[in-house]
Design a protein around this ligand. Structure first.
Ligand SMILES: [Ca+2]
Ligand SMILES: [Ca+2]
Ligand SMILES: [Zn+2]
Length: 312
């Protein structure tokens, strides 16, 4: 997840609501994140933004459910099993993803976005997943087509309250459809993971702060790349700082290990002694939108594998 609440490091909150699919996965819900809270009696399908305090737009934080090292290992094993079972099914070289945008306005119609902004957001997804922001960027083969726009006037939903309920009521399409709910909350965004779809299909998708769309009011996060980041989780990517300075880290070989989120655009940052500078330009870090410019080839491969395993 990408959060708008600056932590002490002024990280961007991108909350990814992760649900574990399959009983084989042992989850340790929300461990290790001070900002993560699971409401009593509610499934741990998402993070509840930390209350106010230091919160202000422009920060980051955890935007997915935390994945422990043991759970990460279990997810990798499960994915490998699923892929092996699907060897007959070719991993598609390209995938077009239908996108449903749900504009969750308040009761007075506040929090709206324009058709132009939505169109530009889709363009940003296609540009970023097409590897068009850097010569180093991978063309992931994923393209996005707007399939529908729905607008709701509900002040609770606008604030991302009753999120499981509103998502279940409004979600459209199958496991291949990207649902984007535009809300006003303390995060920049929150996402679910593909391996959680089977258990919680009704809430699958990403919640994105409406101010982060192109032309929005989220300073430094107004180029629409929060949606790129959250969709990355939705396609099975972890943060580039997942696992910290470990050899495994984010399960992606060509993203150098990183100890913690980057903020801003700290050129030359090298937070782990492991090889390589921190991947500050990677869409799965927490850098400013203007700093983001790439997914790597191995991230592209991981997303294709995740698609084959969970969304094809
Ligand atoms: Ca890595
Ligand atoms: Ca390093
Ligand atoms: Zn994130």
């Amino acid at each position: 997840m990408r959060s708008l609440i600056p932590s002490s490091r002024a990280t961007r909150f991108r909350a990814v609501a992760v649900l574990v699919a399959g009983s084989a996965l042992l989850l340790t819900p929300l461990s290790g994140q001070a900002t993560a809270r699971t409401p009593v009696g509610e499934a741990p399908d998402c993070f509840v933004p930390p209350t106010a305090g230091a919160s202000a737009k422009g920060g980051h934080g955890a935007d997915t459910r935390d994945i422990s090292a043991a759970e990460q290992k279990a997810i990798e094993a499960q994915t490998a099993r699923l892929l092996k079972a699907k060897t007959a099914r070719n991993v598609a070289a390209s995938v077009n993803v239908p996108v449903y945008v749900h504009v969750m306005r308040d009761a007075s119609g506040g929090g709206d976005v324009t058709d132009t902004q939505i169109s530009q957001q889709i363009d940003v997804l296609n540009k970023t997943y097409g590897g068009q922001e850097s010569s180093q960027a991978a063309n992931t083969g994923f393209t996005f087509t707007l399939a529908g726009v729905n607008k709701y006037d509900n002040s609770q939903w606008h604030k991302d309250k009753q999120s499981s309920t509103y998502r279940k009521k409004t979600r459209q399409g199958g496991k291949n459809a990207l649902n984007i709910w535009l809300v006003d909350f303390a995060y920049l965004g929150i996402a679910t993971f593909p391996w959680d779809y089977a258990r919680q299909p009704g809430i699958d998708g990403i919640r994105v702060n409406y101010t982060s769309l192109p032309g929005g009011s989220a300073t430094n996060y107004d180029l629409g790349e929060t949606a790129t980041h959250e969709a990355g989780h939705w396609l099975g990517l972890y943060h580039t700082f997942q696992g910290g300075c470990t050899a495994t880290n984010d399960e992606v070989a060509d993203t150098p290990a990183q100890s913690s989120p980057s903020s801003g655009c700290p050129t030359g940052r090298d937070s782990c002694s492991l090889p390589g500078l921190d991947p500050i330009h990677n869409y799965m870090d927490y850098s400013y939108d203007s700093c983001y410019n790439q997914f790597t080839p191995n991230q592209s491969t991981r997303m294709s594998n995740m698609w084959s395993a969970y969304r094809a």
